[in-house]
Design a protein around this ligand. Structure first.
Ligand code: FAD
Length: 286
């Protein structure tokens, strides 16, 4: 199948992009890597009157560390993230997640902004941004606004971005000394969307857990924060009993629907396995 007819514009700057979007009353779609959008159009799941290609806008694919924050331009490709020394050293959780995103050819063109704007519940980046309490920077014709991650994912493939608004960057905190990170997912084949995945961040001080954030993928409408499991860890030593309690608490946090990859019970089991592995790895490393 091929897409319905559409108009194509290549924006040269942000103001050019918004002028162009205004001509379509906010109904055109931004085109970044096209790795999800073009497939959706070919399947007639999306039928925009026009695509506005944003890849020519300068300054949207930088990765910059400034103080305790790393700012990642929305047009950064998965490959750029994978090969960035700043990401490797300052945002290790993201560095661990990128190799799980798709395959080489897709990683060369797909972007972090496209992934976070699409908000696929099985995507890796939403869980990383949620675990790290990142901030999403959106821009519209009226200016810029900062959206904390807890307000950004609002439903299945839905975000707080308004029609015609552009995600321009993501800010993530620089890893602190003593902080632990773990990303892992279970998928049928390497590069496939995960059956279940986990992004975890937290501190281990004097053997006790604090400030742990656990974000799961492919178990809900978006990234799911496992609040009860996080509470089961807070202030406790990372021993076998605590790990078991956190794993058991996941039944209150996750109510996955079965999908083509696995039924609900299998997903819950996989989530517990991933959490057990993450916490065991932290204990070994500490
Ligand atoms: C075979 C295959 C396997 C894949 N496996 C995975 C996987 O395992 N994990 C994973 O996470 N992804 C996977 N993907 C998706 C891939 O990561 C895409 O790159 C990503 O989801 C979308 O990024 P993009 O830059 O291609 O965005 P596009 O396809 O260009 O856009 C996606 C949507 O986001 C909007 N958009 C794009 N950029 C912006 C922006 N800056 N501001 C506002 N809206 C914007 C577009 O209008 C569109 O609605 C896979 C894709 C394929 C084809």
């Amino acid at each position: 199948m091929k897409s319905a007819a559409f108009e194509y514009h290549r924006a040269t700057s942000l103001s050019d992009a918004f002028d162009c979007m205004a001509r379509y009353d906010g109904q055109a779609l931004w085109l970044a890597g096209g790795q999800s959008l073009l497939a959706m159009m070919n399947l007639r799941l999306a039928n925009p009157p026009a695509l506005i290609d944003i890849r020519g806008i300068a300054g949207m694919s930088d990765i910059r560390q400034s103080g305790s924050i790393v700012r990642i331009g929305a047009l950064c490709t998965h490959h750029q993230l994978l090969t960035s020394p700043v990401i490797q050293s300052a945002v290790p959780l993201l560095a661990q997640a990128v190799p799980h995103v798709a395959h080489l050819a897709i990683r060369n063109v797909g972007t972090i902004g496209g992934s976070l704007a699409l908000a696929d519940p099985a995507a890796e980046y939403p869980t990383v941004v949620q675990a790290l309490q990142g901030t999403l920077i959106a821009q519209g014709p009226a200016g810029e606004r900062r959206i904390p991650v807890d307000e950004y994912f609002v439903g299945l493939y839905q975000t707080a971005l308004q029609p015609g608004e552009l995600l321009i960057a993501i800010e993530l905190p620089v890893a602190q000394a003593g902080q632990q990170f773990h990303f892992d997912e279970l998928s049928r084949r390497r590069g496939d969307y995960g059956m279940v995945g986990l992004a975890a961040a937290g501190h281990l001080q004097a053997g006790a857990c604090s400030g742990v954030r656990l974000s799961f993928l492919a178990v809900g409408d978006g990234p799911v924060l496992a609040r009860q499991a996080m509470a089961a860890l807070e202030g406790h030593p990372l021993d076998d009993a605590t790990i078991r309690q956190a794993q058991q608490a996941l039944v209150q946090d996750l109510q996955p629907a079965g999908d083509l990859q696995a039924n609900a019970a299998t997903k819950l089991h996989c989530a517990r396995v991933l959490l057990g592995r993450a916490l065991a790895a932290w204990r070994t490393a500490s």
